[in-house]
Design a protein around this ligand. Structure first.
Ligand code: URA
Length: 433
């Protein structure tokens, strides 16, 4: 086969055959196809698109480019969860011990934060000693005993996607639906789950700013799952303001602990219950989402979910006392309030900017290699629809550097928009696909 012929075929609107996609992905992963040819192919795909069949074949070719996690020794139906990423999105910290507390086996591969969005692994590393580098034996043992293990993604899981994503990132070819859907789903399928619940976020703080784009991406991922014999549900959720109030690693961990103890913000609790209900039904632990929700609510209220969280932290080398006393987790040197310049109601929060302010403070990664400061971030006091008086606190900034703190304060005020009339509240859950 010849890569140039395939590029021309795609450029002219053709659909690539399975054998062509398999060859292209194998040869690219092995270094036989140079980056410049693959970049040309990715750009052609951006203009011409891919059929459902091509998208499925691309996904499977990337799955087959590396190892599949063998979870056959895990007892029960394994259900994974994936979020397309947002600001203040600490849902997995609440959701995973919550469903595990009902006996749903959670065998999860998670990632680190990049850009304005955070990652579960960074957040969990707020606990002293916590490790996500588990051997396969430890991973499976933990899932079989306490129903939960979370590991960092290994390099041999869908390596073609890793190489291709790095290339797309620097050639302006990330934002193509089939490429995004196949990239996400290849990692999920290689992680060995029987069923998957996707949290596809839409709004200013999300990857998909536009609701129609989010719906299209969700449909593509659900369809890939169907074509590959996996049971996939997508929940489209709002990211037009941060989830909960806390943005920044340790701050988000504290909020997740509050939620597991029954005092967290309503939107975080609601999203965890919604995603958790679908996961519970897929795993066969409840007959329908209503029954699942009631079991999950009981688990939150009785403290069972928080107990599993502490067991999980301990099983992966962390100190469960820090979960019991989250004030012992790292704290930033400065904590200063930002005051409202206006009176009225909050009509908008520039959510991506909130994520970028956290990045400015050192709480996120500009590049994969950046070091992060787990303690810094922002705790909002006001969200959309809230009434505010002039001079009342909008948020508290947690910073380790005084100059960055001052910049963050100025940018935070500009991220808020105020109106005189109380605005309508948008629903958190927009659609289930
Ligand atoms: N996240 C991924 O994993 N892949 C993409 O292509 C985009 C976002």
């Amino acid at each position: 086969m010849n890569m140039c012929d395939l590029i021309v075929k795609k450029k002219r609107g053709g659909a690539l055959e399975k054998e062509e996609i398999d060859w292209m992905i194998r040869a690219f992963t092995d270094g036989e196809i140079p980056d410049y040819q693959m970049s040309a192919m990715m750009m052609a795909v951006c203009f011409v698109g891919m059929t459902d069949e091509e998208t499925k074949n691309l996904t499977l070719a990337m799955v087959n480019s590396g190892d599949m996690l063998d979870l056959s020794e895990v007892r029960g139906i394994k259900v994974d969860k994936h979020s397309t990423g947002g600001v203040g999105d600490k849902t997995s910290l609440v959701l995973t011990p919550l469903v595990a507390s009902l006996g749903v086996p959670v065998a999860k591969m998670s990632g680190r934060g990049l850009g304005h969005t955070g990652g579960t692994i960074d957040k969990l590393e707020s606990f002293t000693g916590f490790s996500t580098s588990l051997t396969t034996e430890q991973f499976i043992h933990n899932v079989n005993t306490i129903h939960i293990a979370i590991a960092g993604q290994t390099a041999d899981l869908a390596p073609a996607d890793k190489k291709l994503y790095a290339l797309r990132d620097v050639t302006g070819t990330v934002d193509q639906m089939s490429l995004i859907a196949s990239s996400i789903m290849s990692k999920k399928l290689a992680s060995g789950a029987d069923a998957i619940v996707l949290d596809v976020k839409t709004g200013d703080g999300a990857f998909m700013k536009d609701a129609d784009d989010a719906r299209e991406l969700a449909k593509k991922m659900v369809n890939i799952g169907k074509l590959c014999g996996r049971d996939v549900t997508a929940v489209i959720s709002d990211m037009d303001q941060p989830l909960g109030y806390a943005v920044g690693n340790v701050l988000e961990v504290r909020e997740a602990i509050d939620t597991l103890r029954g005092h967290g913000p309503e939107d975080l609790r609601e999203l965890a219950l919604c995603l958790g209900s679908y996961m519970t039904v897929k795993s066969g632990k409840a007959n329908d989402v209503e029954e699942a929700r009631s079991l999950l609510e009981d688990s939150l209220e009785s403290g069972k979910a928080f107990h599993v969280f502490k067991e999980f932290i301990q099983a992966q080398g962390g100190d469960p006392e820090e979960a019991e006393h989250p004030e012992r987790l790292l704290s930033a040197r400065f904590q200063e309030e930002v005051f409202s310049p206006e009176e009225g109601y909050v009509s908008d929060i520039h959510t991506e900017e909130i994520g970028r302010i956290c990045l400015l403070l050192g709480g996120g990664r500009e590049t994969k290699e950046s070091e992060i400061n787990l303690a810094v971030g922002i705790v909002l006091h006001k969200k959309k629809g809230d009434a505010i008086k002039k001079g009342e606190a909008l948020a508290v900034i947690h910073a380790d550097d005084r100059a960055l703190l001052e910049q963050a304060k100025e940018r935070l005020i500009r991220a808020y928009t105020f109106v005189r009339q109380k605005p309508r509240r948008e629903p958190l859950i927009k659609e289930i696909i």
